[in-house]
Design a protein around this ligand. Structure first.
Ligand code: SF4
Length: 331
């Protein structure tokens, strides 16, 4: 069912309200999944599928690249030696102040939302979002602004979560406005996956409002060319035409985009939509994502082949985020 002519379909709040939060036996049968094994996974790592997301799924195809990103995999519960739930100390680690973390001298991460429009199966913050310290009150925001003002080396703000675009326009714009108003800040980067998971969230009004700051950059995440649906392409266009640079950070995922053809189609599709293919990340050393990990050797071979086929503007950098490293590490 795709009520494309129904106004509610294009209402992002309606999409969130009608999300599937648990898979039942009938759903698993339809999608070729073993209910008992999937149920054990979803109890630990929940599911969240909007009607928009569910409409992208293919029945009886657990290995479909879109299904793999959205539906639980039994091997998510497989333990991997030396891999834990929080390698970057995102919970309980040293914070600058509530909701503000700094890994690099010129940038800070602002945790603005613990919610997402999808529970991506390969998420690096999987299992951590419920405990995330998220800025919710005007006092917390004021304290964060004061901290940044007192640290003039900080010139870039990364607003992330969860997905900050799950906030209301008013809350999101208040956060962006507060940081963008600091003269030391050159860029307010928003990390969001709604372009691929909930594109109707990018309303013309929101895109225009964000563009007016003239400091906002959007980093998003498409992992497969099929995520570039007509709705997603239209959402990208609204941002680009509002003057906002949009870049893509894919995750290299087994069974999703771990072939040269899949990466080529994705990068070419992004470029066609004026979205810059920026990074391809190796999966982080986080527990719960064993079925998606691509070995380093295979990633290097993919990068070598892709660079031959893609022009520089469409070629992403292959990097790994290594705990304790001073920057993203080229593979
Ligand atoms: S949108 Fe991002 S933070 Fe949210 S579940 Fe997906 S990968 Fe994780």
């Amino acid at each position: 069912m795709h009520p494309n002519n129904d106004k509610t379909w294009h209402d992002w709040r309606w999409q969130i309200r009608h999300a599937i939060r648990s898979l039942d036996r009938d759903f698993c049968v339809l999608f070729g999944l073993d209910f008992q094994r999937i149920d054990a996974v979803q109890r630990r790592y929940p599911v969240f599928l909007t009607p928009y997301a569910a409409a992208q799924l293919t029945p009886c195809s657990p290995e479909d690249p879109i299904n793999r990103q959205m539906l639980p995999h039994p091997d998510e519960l497989r333990e991997e030696p030396g891999i834990g739930p929080d390698p970057f100390s995102e919970t309980g680690g040293a914070a600058c102040c509530f909701g503000l973390k700094q890994r690099f001298p010129d940038r800070v991460l602002v945790m603005a939302s613990a919610a997402c429009a999808m529970r991506c199966r390969h998420c690096t913050r999987k299992g951590l979002l419920a405990q995330a310290e998220v800025i919710r009150t005007p006092e917390q925001l004021r304290t964060a602004i004061e901290w940044v003002s007192a640290h003039p080396r900080v010139r870039e703000i990364l607003i992330s979560g969860g997905d900050p675009l799950l906030l209301s326009d008013a809350k999101l714009l208040a956060i962006v406005r507060a940081f963008a108003a600091l003269p030391q800040i050159d860029a307010v980067r928003i990390g969001t996956r709604v372009l691929s998971t909930l594109p109707m969230r990018i309303t013309p009004r929101l895109a225009t409002a964000l563009g007016k700051f003239k400091k906002v950059w959007i980093n998003t995440q498409f992992n497969h060319v099929r995520e570039l649906t007509p709705e997603a392409c239209a959402a990208c266009a609204r941002l680009v035409e509002a003057g906002i640079p949009v870049s893509n950070q894919s995750v290299l995922l087994k069974g999703v985009n771990d072939t040269v053809e899949a990466l080529f189609d994705l990068c070419a599709g992004l470029q066609r939509n004026r979205v810059r293919p920026y990074y391809v990340f190796l999966c982080d050393p986080v527990s719960g994502i064993a079925p998606y990990r691509v070995p380093l050797r295979a990633a290097k071979a993919l990068e070598r082949e892709l660079v031959i086929r893609l022009g520089g503007l469409a070629m992403p950098r292959f990097v790994a985020d290594i705990p304790g490293a001073p920057r993203k590490t080229p593979i």
